[in-house]
Design a protein around this ligand. Structure first.
Ligand SMILES: Nc1ncnc2c1ncn2[C@@H]1O[C@H](COP(=O)(O)OP(=O)(O)OP(=O)(O)O)[C@@H](O)[C@H]1O
Ligand SMILES: [Mg+2]
Length: 237
């Protein structure tokens, strides 16, 4: 299980204090698909980066199987990122000078899963509709195709944790649906999935929702109340 316990993150800039995370609690177990929803600037990307071992919180804990990720030595944390986490960045960060195929293949290599690469890339590119683009360079792809390639790369080698930052942000409804279905399939296969979105249409896509407002968990006004926690407005239970 991946768990955030009382996590805070405060950015200080030019005398301004921004509470990007303000006492967040949430968790995902194998098979969970948590949808994190909130307005721009509410701390969604910050939460995902902290969960992915890429951004140390100022307070609280990020626990993977009960161990505090930020207590580990950097080498151990790197291994966590490399082996356990598949991350879809909001800005993709595909490597521009190698093909889409090699972008995905590199992840298999880093995860020590070379033997699975050929079959895995064939399956992922089929699921995500980028079979015809594998030999292209990222700069030759439409933005939506780059997004699907970024999802394929994140899923390469079947990481146990999938963290996707606005993976449908640049897509038409049909292609957004393809990505959502792909992430659902990952959760059905026992991965722990967190997807960030600001689109209301995808609130029901997962097994739970965490609404963020100014770095805090909140129940949307329509639902009433100020309960905290990712099961506040209906998980699977
Ligand atoms: N490195 C940083 N330095 C200072 N402030 C930052 C930094 N990173 C994020 N912030 C601020 O923290 C807040 C949360 O940022 P974050 O990127 O997590 O929001 P978000 O919910 O992902 O927004 P969006 O939907 O626009 O992607 C914002 O107000 C942002 O300006
Ligand atoms: Mg963001």
């Amino acid at each position: 299980m991946l768990e955030l316990r009382g996590v805070t993150k405060i950015y200080r800039k030019g005398g301004r204090v921004i509470r990007a995370a303000d006492g967040l609690d949430c968790s995902v177990e194998p098979g969970d698909f948590l949808v994190v929803h909130g307005p721009s600037g509410s701390g969604k990307s910050t939460l995902l980066l902290m969960a992915g071992g890429m951004l140390p919180p100022d307070g609280g804990e990020v626990l993977w199987r009960g161990e505090n990720v930020y207590r580990w030595k950097p080498a151990r944390r790197n291994r966590y990122r490399r082996e356990n986490v598949g991350f879809v960045f909001q800005r993709f960060f595909l490597i521009p000078h190698i093909t889409v195929y090699d972008n995905i293949r590199l992840r298999y290599n880093l995860r020590g899963a070379d033997a699975e690469a050929a079959e895995g890339i064939a399956e992922l590119s089929r699921r995500l509709g980028i079979v015809e683009r594998l030999e292209h360079y990222p700069g030759e792809l439409s933005v939506g195709e780059q997004q699907r390639a970024a999802v394929a790369r994140a899923l390469a080698g079947s990481p146990e944790i999938v963290l996707a930052d606005e993976p449908t942000g640049n897509l038409d409804p049909e292609n957004a649906g393809i990505i959502i279905e792909c992430l659902r399939e990952e959760s059905r296969r026992g991965r722990s999935v967190i997807m960030v979105t600001h689109n209301h249409a995808y609130l029901g896509a997962g097994t739970g929702v965490l609404h963020l407002v100014a770095g805090r968990a909140a129940v949307p006004a329509a639902a009433g109340g100020t309960d905290r926690g990712n099961r506040a407005d209906g998980g699977r239970e």
